[in-house]
Design a protein around this ligand. Structure first.
Ligand code: HEC
Length: 460
C-alpha cells in the first residue's frame, strides 16, 4: 500500500523474481559446494601426491571467480532490484527485521570474495598449508553466508514463535531453519559434483584415461548425499504449516508433481552417481554429465518454485499477503478503503470512467501481483462470461474459492467497483466497441441468483 505498483506486462512480477532467483540460487549453491570441494580435494591431492587431481582443482578455481563473483554477484543484485520493485512491502519488512543478519551476511560475502581471489592467485605463491587455509576460509565464509540467508528465507514460510514473541532469534532460527539448511547444503555439494563430472568428462584424453576416471569418481562422492533428499524433504515438510503442506502434497496438483519431480530426480542422481560414476567411472561421458546437470538444475529450480508457491496467499506467512497488504492492516483497510491508503495508486480516468476506473485501481492494489489481465495467471479467461452476481459472489469468497488467494480487502464500495471492472473483462470484446463502459454495465442482466450475501451483504 505504501509504495508505487510496478508491473511486468504479461509475465507478472512473480515470474521475473522466480526467473532471476532460480538462476541465482543455483550459482550461489554451486559457489558454496565448490568451496568445500576445493578444500577437501586439495588436501586429498596433496596428501596422496595426486598431481592430476591437484592440477584439476588448480585449473578450475578460476570458475569460482567467473561464477560466484561475476554471475552470482550480478544476479544477487538483480534479486534485490526485482524484489524491491515487485514486492517493496515485504522487502522493507524483511530488511527492518533482519537488518543485522543481512549486515553479517554481507561481511561473510566480502570475506568469501577476498579469500576466493587470494585462493585463485596464490597457487604457486603460498605454502601448501597456507593455501589450503585460504581455501578453508573461503569454504567457511561461503557456507556462513548461506547460514545467514537461510534463516531469512525460511522465516518467510515458517515465522514460528516470532508471531507471538516478536523476537529476532525466534524469527531467524525458525522451525524450518535446520531442515532447509541441510537440503541446501546437500544441493550445494551436489552442484559441485555435477560440475566436476562435466569438466572432467570434457577433458581431452582417451576414453580410458585413469586420471579422468579417478577425478570423476571423486566428484561423484559429492553427489551421494543427494540420496538423503527424500528424508530431508519429509523432515522439512514436518516443520511447515499444515496449509502449505497440503498444497504441496495434493492441494495444488501442479505443486505436487513439481515437488515429487524435484525429490525423485535428486534421489536418482545419487543412485546414478554411486553406480555409474563411483563404481564404474569410465562410463560417464560429456553428454551424460550435461544431462545430469540439466536434471540437477531443474530439480533445484522445482524445489525453489514449490517453496515459493506453497506460501500463498502470503508473501510472509500469516504476516503479509502476497499483494503486500499486512494481515494486521486488513481491518483498518476494510473500514477506510484501500485506495484511501494507497498513496501511489489513483484511478486512471484517461482510460476508464466512473466505477470502472475505481475498480481498475483496486485491481492494481490487490490482484495484479498474481493476475495479469492478459498473460500470467490471466484474469480475463478466469472470469469470461461471468455476470455480476457471480463476480460479486467470488469477491465475497476469494479466500475460500482458492485457498491460495487472499480475501478481498476494502470497503463495499470498492468491492462493487472492482466487480464492475471485472465485468468489463468478463464480457466479449465486441460489446465494448460501441457502448461506453458505464452504460453497458447498467444494461447487464443479473440472471443468476446466488446466496444472499451478494452485492454488498456482510459475511456471516
Ligand atoms: C496470491 C496470489 C493471488 C492474488 C493476490 C489473487 N489471486 Fe485470484 N487466483 C490466484 C490463483 C493462483 C488462482 C487459480 C487460477 C487457476 O485456477 O487457473 C486464482 C483464481 C481466481 C479466480 C478464478 C476462480 C475460479 O474458481 O475459477 C478469480 C475470479 C480470481 N482469482 C479473482 C481474483 C481477484 C479479483 C483478486 C484481487 C482481489 C485476486 N484474484 C487476487 C491467485 C491470486
Amino acid at each position: 500500500m505504501h509504495y508505487p505498483i510496478w508491473n511486468m506486462p504479461l509475465l507478472g512480477g512473480a515470474l521475473v523474481i522466480a526467473g532471476i532467483s532460480i538462476f541465482h540460487v543455483i550459482i550461489a549453491h554451486f559457489a558454496i559446494g565448490a568451496g568445500i570441494f576445493n578444500v577437501f580435494t586439495e588436501i586429498r591431492a596433496r596428501r596422496r601426491g595426486d598431481s592430476a587431481l591437484l592440477q584439476f582443482v588448480k585449473d578450475n578455481s578460476i570458475f569460482l571467480i567467473y561464477l560466484a563473483f561475476v554471475a552470482g554477484a550480478v544476479s544477487g543484485v538483480g534479486i534485490w532490484f526485482t524484489i524491491g520493485v515487485v514486492a517493496p512491502e515485504a522487502t522493507t519488512y524483511l530488511i527492518r527485521l533482519f537488518f543485522w543478519i543481512w549486515a553479517i551476511e554481507w561481511v561473510f560475502f566480502l570475506l568469501e570474495l577476498a579469500s576466493g581471489y587470494i585462493y585463485y592467485y596464490t597457487w604457486d605463491r603460498l605454502s601448501p598449508r597456507m593455501h589450503v587455509a585460504v581455501g578453508g576460509i573461503y569454504a567457511i565464509t561461503a557456507f556462513m553466508s548461506l547460514v545467514m540467508i537461510n534463516g531469512i528465507l525460511t522465516f518467510m514460510l515458517t515465522p514460528g514463535e516470532y508471531l507471538s514473541s516478536g523476537n529476532i532469534w525466534d524469527a531467524w532460527l525458525n522451525p524450518s531453519f535446520w531442515p532447509s539448511l541441510w537440503i541446501r547444503t546437500v544441493s550445494a555439494l551436489a552442484l559441485a559434483g555435477v560440475f566436476v563430472a562435466i569438466v572432467a568428462s570434457g577433458r581431452k584424453g582417451t576414453k580410458d584415461d585413469p586420471d579422468r576416471a579417478r577425478i570423476v569418481a571423486w566428484g561423484a562422492r559429492f553427489l551421494l548425499p543427494l540420496g538423503l533428499m527424500p528424508l530431508l524433504a519429509v523432515w522439512y515438510f514436518s516443520t511447515i504449516p499444515e496449509t502449505a503442506r497440503s498444497l504441496a502434497l495434493g492441494g495444488a496438483v501442479a505443486m505436487t508433481f513439481i515437488f515429487a519431480f524435484g525429490v525423485i530426480m535428486s534421489f536418482l542422481i545419487a543412485v546414478y552417481a554411486y553406480f555409474g560414476m563411483l563404481r564404474k567411472a569410465r562410463n560417464i561421458n560429456l553428454e551424460t554429465a550435461l544431462l545430469m546437470a540439466a536434471i540437477a538444475f531443474i530439480a533445484t529450480g522445482s524445489m525453489e518454485f514449490v517453496r515459493e508457491g506453497i506460501r500463498k496467499p502470503y508473501v510472509l506467512m500469516n504476516i503479509m499477503y502476497s499483494n503486500g497488504i499486512q494481515v494486521a492492516e486488513a481491518a483498518k483497510l476494510n473500514q477506510e478503503g484501500v485506495l484511501a491508503n494507497a498513496a501511489w495508486v489513483t484511478p486512471d480516468t484517461t482510460k476508464y470512467s466512473g466505477d470502472v476506473a475505481v475498480g481498475e485501481a483496486v485491481y492494481r492494489t490487490q490482484c495484479l501481483r498474481c493476475h495479469e489481465v492478459e498473460g500470467y495467471n490471466a484474469m480475463t479467461p478466469l472470469v469470461r462470461n461471468w455476470n455480476r452476481p457471480l463476480i460479486m459472489s467470488a469477491l465475497d469468497h476469494l479466500d475460500r474459492i482458492k485457498v491460495f488467494m487472499p480475501p478481498f480487502i476494502g470497503t463495499q464500495r470498492e468491492k462493487q467497483a472492482l466487480g464492475s471492472y471485472l465485468l468489463t473483462l468478463a464480457m466479449p470484446d465486441s460489446a465494448w466497441n460501441s457502448t461506453p463502459a458505464d452504460t453497458l454495465l447498467q444494461s447487464v442482466p443479473d440472471t443468476i441468483e446466488i446466496g444472499t450475501d451478494v452485492n454488498g451483504g456482510t459475511e456471516p
